[in-house]
Design a protein around this ligand. Structure first.
Ligand code: SF4
Length: 510
């Protein structure tokens, strides 16, 4: 069967064009492609990203889908995404129906897993896959189901042992171009570790045993890949793509210091045997309880940053969120990362049902103390479908019209707290100002820069500006390091972490 897979357009409903680095490419499509190929199917990709020259994202999508479907004439089209991809998925399904009303469409991803019946009835794909998609997609491609009611059009994706899956195959989606041309579009957290970043993603585990109230990813039991299997994928991918930053995407990469130690040892061995030259970062839960020794070993193996899902520094809110962490676990590890030379990153998300001005004050006090040196970001909690908060909002009538909610997702604030709306809005506005302002990190010293005279590819062509290499001295450790960025001109400010001690600094260039 000829299967066409279509990943979502990055920031489809918000910004056109928005450029996609491979660091934000959904790994699920790579896994679907490799599983389908292994089962003998022809797999094609239509990646509607990094395509410029259209009036808006809809026109671009219409054009690229028409071209691909016209040329490839697929037997099945696979779409998928998160709840924030609703507008993309709705438009993509509508466009595909206009081009070819008969080609079956299968829809998967968290948007389906968390709200299958509504999404099936609303977006009207031919099939939906609930859960992990590899086996279900192969089954569908091999034995197409008859059209019918939701019950027979819903395929429950089973969570297979991850080691048994073929490594993800990103070749149908233009991975080379994403890496070669758009790596500088990556997020701040991955941008400065190397002057010329090439971030690559890997998934070392799936699922999570916790059930935080805002989370949409807690439905699956935790399953980790073996270290050998992960190393084999790193080896194959490094030889092929020569990445220099490895992002471990899973929410819970290391459940214990032993897992981190095993991974670090294996990376050190790989660096020695194969000459790997990359930095890496990961995220995990505070209960992993690292010690200084394990963090120093990780640093030696190239780890430059890790993050905890912190979310709040108020014990009241942490309890309400069912986070199952103690704030002391976080402060302890912050002291250790400073000594180990690793950056610590976390989010503080505000607006939980238990949030008050007092709890905001507690979290901000923590942020003022630790956020000057660590990458702790401030944001608003969102009640996404699949979370306990979403159900709470439905129950309280804060989300009255589900379809309207999906249509305007992330654009309309929802006050779930007991604060009045005016106070809530003022608090969120204050947090946004603090987040964007970089008012408190220390300034780098002896800043000077050079402008690159050579033009460097498509991203620069489309965005404009010049590449600046900025030399700056860390106010903490005194190290002078180069940081590179595409900017329209001086003056500008870079918010980043020192390459040596990894403390957060701001580099003012004028
Ligand atoms: S937020 Fe993180 S720890 Fe909590 S349920 Fe989700 S994945 Fe698990």
């Amino acid at each position: 069967m000829r299967v066409l897979l279509v990943p979502p357009t990055f920031r489809y409903a918000r910004e056109y064009p928005a450029f996609l680095s491979f660091s934000d490419f959904p790994s699920a499509f790579g896994y679907l492609a490799s599983s389908l190929k292994q089962a003998g199917h022809e797999v094609y990709g239509c990646n509607p990203n990094n395509i410029v020259g259209y009036a808006n994202a809809y026109s671009m999508l219409q054009s690229v889908l028409s071209q691909k479907i016209g040329v490839l004439k697929p037997d099945l089209i696979g779409l998928g995404g998160l709840c924030i991809d609703y507008r993309f998925l709705k438009d993509a399904i509508g466009i595909i129906r206009q081009i070819d009303a008969k080609v079956p469409i299968v829809l998967g991803g968290q948007i389906v897993t968390n709200d299958a019946e509504f999404i099936f009835n609303d977006l009207k794909p031919d099939y939906v896959i609930v859960g992990e998609g590899e086996q279900a997609m192969v089954e569908l491609a091999t034995r197409p189901h008859e059209n019918g009611t939701l019950a027979i059009r819903t395929i429950i994706g089973k969570g297979l042992p991850i080691d048994s899956l073929p490594f993800p195959d990103y070749s149908p989606f233009g991975i080379d171009e994403m890496l070669d041309e758009y790596s500088m579009a990556t997020r701040v957290l991955y941008r400065y570790s190397r002057p010329d970043p090439r971030p690559f993603n890997i998934v070392a585990s799936r699922g999570c045993p916790y059930a935080c109230t805002f989370c949409i990813d807690h439905h699956r039991s935790y399953r980790a890949r073996s270290i050998e299997n992960i190393m084999e994928e790193i080896k194959v991918s490094y030889e092929r793509y020569k990445f220099n930053i490895l992002i471990l995407l899973d929410e819970l990469f290391a459940v214990s210091r032993n897992r981190l130690n095993d991974f670090s040892q294996a990376v050190l061995q790989g660096k020695e045997q194969h000459g790997w030259d990359f930095d890496w970062c990961f995220q995990t839960h505070a209960r992993a309880r690292f010690d200084l020794e394990s963090l120093k070993l990780a640093r030696q193996a190239g780890c430059y940053m890790f993050s905890y899902g912190l979310e709040s520094a108020s014990p009241t809110v942490l309890k309400s969120m069912d986070k199952k962490i103690e704030i002391e676990q976080v402060t302890e590890v912050i002291k250790m990362v400073e000594e180990a030379g690793i950056a610590f990153s976390a989010n503080l998300i505000f607006g939980d049902v238990a949030e008050t001005q007092d709890t905001i004050s507690e979290s901000l006090s923590f942020w003022f103390k630790y956020g000057q040196r660590c990458c702790i970001f401030l944001a608003e909690v969102k009640p996404y479908p699949g979370s306990a908060l979403f159900n709470e909002c439905l129950k309280r009538g804060l989300i009255a019209d589900k379809k309207q909610y999906y249509e305007t997702i992330d654009t309309v604030p929802i006050n779930m707290t007991a604060m009045d709306d005016r106070t809530y809005a003022a608090m969120m506005s204050l947090l946004a100002q603090l987040e964007q302002g970089w008012l408190f990190p220390q300034k780098a010293m002896d800043v000077h820069y050079e402008v690159e005279s050579n033009h460097r590819g498509k991203y620069q062509t489309y965005v404009g500006g010049d590449y600046y290499t900025v030399m700056a001295k860390c106010p903490y450790c005194g190290e002078v390091s180069p940081y590179r960025q595409l900017m329209p001109g001086v003056p500008f400010m870079l918010g980043l972490s020192c390459l040596k001690c990894q403390r957060k600094i701001k580099v003012e260039v004028s």
